[in-house]
Design a protein around this ligand. Structure first.
Ligand code: BG6
Length: 484
């Protein structure tokens, strides 16, 4: 539908930004924290900074919260590092780890900023990985439950919005990239066992949150990428549906309906896959009713028909930051991804598609009728400080303006959206490109090769966003791009 008026955002809309522990905190060996698998995984992607210093948020959190307050934030999404809370298998909680998050949460609450906390964002403690064989072993279920319960008990008096596992679907679909897959040659089958164990952990967290946090709300955080068919050829439409099922809908249906959907059961049967679902898992699933969806949405994809005898191709992400360096996947008989001539792309070949945001929100709302909070959305770019000492990021301003406007359009369409928390508040380590791919509203003065002074420099996008959110989404700025 077309609307004659600009969108109006609800009162108490949660305007903020996002981060994840291993991507911002640094201080990996301080105050009792022990290594996480992602510390090791990020070292395999050298060419860029590992996370031992990152944005040094651990030592700058007060300054960072002050900048959030100045900007007018009413929310901040961050994650807790499991290995700060439980550094080893002794079952003894690390008080210094609790202190750090208690201080951060207190600082946020004092400044009127609602904490939105992710329990797990790719950083499994190495001791858990070794003891239980990572996500492959069912021993992780009790360990995760213990960790989640500790977080709810310690922080639940002030944290009311919780997120279970970040982008579980992407961890499964890109298991090798994100360090979940341990054995390439059996991953085709293993991924569904791993996924079931993750689902049990998600369910345990949902159940425990409702038990332990008064008025606590909890949701999953799927990575959502709408998939358009390349043409109106019916086979392309089915290919787009297949891609959507196998990269996101299987997960979203599971979270909302608390059971596996018919598509994935048929897929397992067809491929002789046993995901090892136990009766007690089904019992946990039936009790794990989520309260909302976190939505990570950056881009769209396009799919087309792939014949059963097509040559299979892996998805090779663009790691160079120079356009044109990616390989689209081909999954014979199911789908192939392809480029979309109607949208521009970033230097990493990510589609710049604000309509995808409106589409995602409408899709999730139409299917599940649950409130949504945007937990990630953002523009990765090469950036530096200009001669005038400022950081000019007009592309990010344009990106955010267009994306937020489409969030507003989705609200006008009838979707219940309760917050917008783009990626990211400060610059932080990208999963594959370190500090070379910057996402922040605030520049961190460091590079992949040179730590510099780690000073915080708000970018033009910070000031633009601040004006918008202080007007609760009414002041779109001079560059209104046709907005009313
Ligand atoms: C999301 C992740 O998938 O995308 C973040 O939750 C990640 O951890 C973000 O940083 C951007 O991706 P990338 O690869 O550019 O860092």
């Amino acid at each position: 539908m077309q609307f004659k008026k600009n969108p109006v955002f609800p009162a108490r809309f949660m305007w903020g930004a996002s981060s994840a522990a291993w991507q911002v905190e640094g201080a990996v060996n301080e105050d009792g924290r022990t290594p996480a698998i992602i510390d090791l995984n990020s070292k395999t992607k050298k060419g860029y900074a590992d996370n031992s210093i990152a944005s040094d948020h651990y030592h700058h959190y007060k300054k960072d919260v002050h900048l959030m307050k100045e900007a007018g934030f009413t929310s901040y999404r961050f994650s807790i590092a499991w290995s700060r809370i439980y550094p080893d298998d002794s079952g003894v909680v690390n008080q210094l780890g609790l202190d750090f998050y208690n201080n951060l949460i207190d600082e946020l609450v004092k400044n009127g900023i609602e904490p939105i906390v992710t329990l797990y964002h790719y950083d499994m403690p190495v001791w858990v990985d070794k003891k239980y064989n990572g996500w492959y072993g069912r021993g992780i279920i009790a360990a995760f439950d213990q960790y989640a319960r500790t977080c709810f008990k310690e922080f639940g008096d002030r944290v009311k919005y919780w997120l279970s596992i970040n982008e579980q679907n992407m961890q499964i679909c890109y298991g090798k990239w994100l360090g979940v897959c341990k054995k390439d040659d059996t991953w085709f089958e293993d991924q569904w066992k791993v996924n079931n164990i993750m689902n049990v952990c998600h369910a345990k967290a949902v159940i425990a949150c409702h038990e332990l946090v008064e008025n606590g709300k909890i949701g999953p955080v799927p990575g959502y990428v709408p998939i358009y068919p390349e043409t109106c050829k019916p086979e392309d439409q089915i290919a787009a549906q297949n891609a959507e099922e196998l990269t996101e809908k299987v997960w979203n249906d599971f979270y909302a309906h608390q059971k596996y959907n018919g598509f994935i059961k048929a897929y397992w049967r067809e491929n002789d896959i046993d995901p090892d679902i136990r009766p007690e898992d089904l019992d946990d699933f039936s009790k794990a009713k989520i309260d909302f969806f976190g939505v990570n949405c950056y881009r769209s994809n396009t799919a087309k028909y792939a014949a059963s005898d097509a040559e299979p191709k892996d998805y090779i992400l663009n790691k160079s930051g120079e356009k044109g360096n990616l390989q689209f996947p081909v999954v014979p008989g199911i789908y192939a991804l392809t480029s979309n001539p109607f949208v521009k792309t970033t230097d990493w070949d990510w589609e710049i598609d604000p309509i995808a945001m409106r589409y995602s929100l409408r899709y999730i709302w139409d299917h599940y009728q649950l409130p949504m909070v945007i937990t990630e959305n953002g523009y990765g770019a090469h950036e530096e400080v200009s001669e005038d000492g400022r950081v000019h990021d007009p592309e990010r301003v344009a990106f955010m303006r267009d994306q937020i406007f489409q969030v507003g359009r989705a609200i006008q369409d009838g979707c219940e959206v309760i917050g917008y928390n783009p990626w990211s508040f400060t610059d932080l380590l990208s999963t594959g490109n370190g500090m070379s791919k910057r996402y922040g509203l605030v520049f961190i003065n460091t590079t992949d090769n040179d730590v510099r002074d780690l000073s915080r420099i708000p970018k033009d996008s910070y000031y633009w966003y601040s004006n918008l959110i202080k007007s609760n989404g009414q002041n779109w700025g001079e560059e209104s791009n046709g907005k009313l």
